[in-house]
Design a protein around this ligand. Structure first.
Ligand code: PLP
Length: 356
């Protein structure tokens, strides 16, 4: 079955995954739940490529951005900002009363590791944490997460590395342990291709140690509590069970049916095809050398609202521009379980519409 839905999250969900969500309820303190959640946690370790703790939170990604800060920072943070979602970290940190410094990068470009190194080296202040956004969904830019994390470790070894992988995990390679990340999370409506509603998380021991020193880290989002329960394949409060059923199947499919290597290659191929096939009528808004494998922001010759409306008439939903680029761009989400065949079928129609 083909997708005609190309929004960069929520993305298209396969019918067999949707079907998992209609299974009868089980008790979340039951043996069946523990068995299923135990498998989910083990599979998440494979997906994040970590030996550290993983858990699932019933809330969207923004909640876990806030939780990461509430668990890991009590004074000052550095936010690396290159678009609307990386900027969200700054708003949340301010709302928690943290002092926020920022390293701003122009929309369409990736955060520069050299600038980050200079910023950290030239500042005397200590940061509890630096926030990084692996893939900036508003601009379609993938940051060089491995290098940015290494710069933080080299320049400021006590600073925690908090990573938003919302639109990268399961679409773009990510190595939690090897890159020395401390907290990393992704809501599931993008690369993991489930309906929105839960968020998967990996945490390193350093982040849990930091959380112990935070007396007012809240209750629902207390990472130590999630870890304590996960050690027993359990969760602190009633989870969204339909999502957990679907996640268990989807992780199995990603890891063993498609395999991460094939999945990452499919995303790169979908990006390259999108850029190539739209180049006659739209300009890629992001720096090509950091163009995202999961989402492309395109500035079309024809007004983007008109273009999307015409595509809608033909049964295809594309993403709108976001934030500052709302009027000038549209976005194609080529993530999750979308196939090359579905993408090409949509691009055939888009080509016709854009040139008419
Ligand atoms: N971070 C990024 C990079 C995103 O793309 C999004 C949503 O599009 C979010 C955070 C927010 O996630 P959620 O909508 O699951 O709260």
């Amino acid at each position: 079955m083909y997708s005609n839905f190309f929004v960069p999250g929520p993305t298209w969900v396969r019918p067999e995954i949707l079907a998992e969500m209609t299974r009868p309820m089980i008790g979340h303190r039951s043996v069946e739940f523990r068995e299923m959640y135990g498998r989910i946690l083990a599979d998440l370790k494979q997906l994040f490529v970590t030996a550290h703790d993983t858990f699932v939170v019933t809330a969207s990604g923004t909640a876990v951005m806030e939780a990461s800060l509430a668990n890991c920072a009590n004074r000052r943070v550095l936010v690396t900002s290159c678009g609307a979602f990386s900027e969200r970290w700054a708003n949340i940190a301010e709302s928690l009363g943290l002092e926020v410094d920022r390293l701003d990068t122009a929309w369409g470009s990736a955060t520069d590791p050299g600038e980050l190194a200079d910023h950290l080296a030239s500042r005397r202040t200590h940061y509890d944490a630096v926030t990084l956004t692996h893939n900036e969904t508003s601009t379609g830019v993938t940051n060089d997460l491995a290098t940015l994390a290494r710069v933080i470790h080299d320049e400021s070894p006590d600073t925690l590395v908090l990573v938003d992988a919302v639109s990268s995990l399961a679409g773009i390679p990510l190595l939690f342990d090897e890159w020395g990340l401390d907290v990393c999370f992704a809501s599931v409506q993008k690369g993991i291709a489930l309906p929105p509603g839960i968020t998967v998380v990996a945490v390193a021991p350093r982040a849990l140690e930091r959380a112990k020193k935070m007396p007012y880290r809240g209750t629902y989002f207390d990472f130590l509590n999630y870890k304590k329960y996960a050690d027993d394949s359990s969760v602190p409060s009633t989870p969204s069970l339909p999502h957990f059923f679907a996640l268990a199947k989807q992780l199995d499919d990603i890891l063993r049916r498609e395999t991460p290597v094939a999945r990452f290659a499919r995303h790169v191929a979908m990006r390259d095809t999108t850029i190539e096939r739209t180049s006659k009528f739209a300009r890629l808004a992001a720096d090509r050398s950091h163009a995202s494998p999961t989402v492309s922001a395109l500035a079309p010759v024809r007004p983007s609202d008109e273009l999307r409306a015409e595509m809608k008439k033909r049964g295809f939903t594309l993403g709108g521009g976001y934030g500052m680029w709302k009027e000038t761009t549209f976005r194609i989400g080529h993530m999750g379980d979308i196939t090359m065949e579905a993408l090409n079928a949509m691009l055939d129609v888009l080509d016709e519409v854009a040139r008419s």
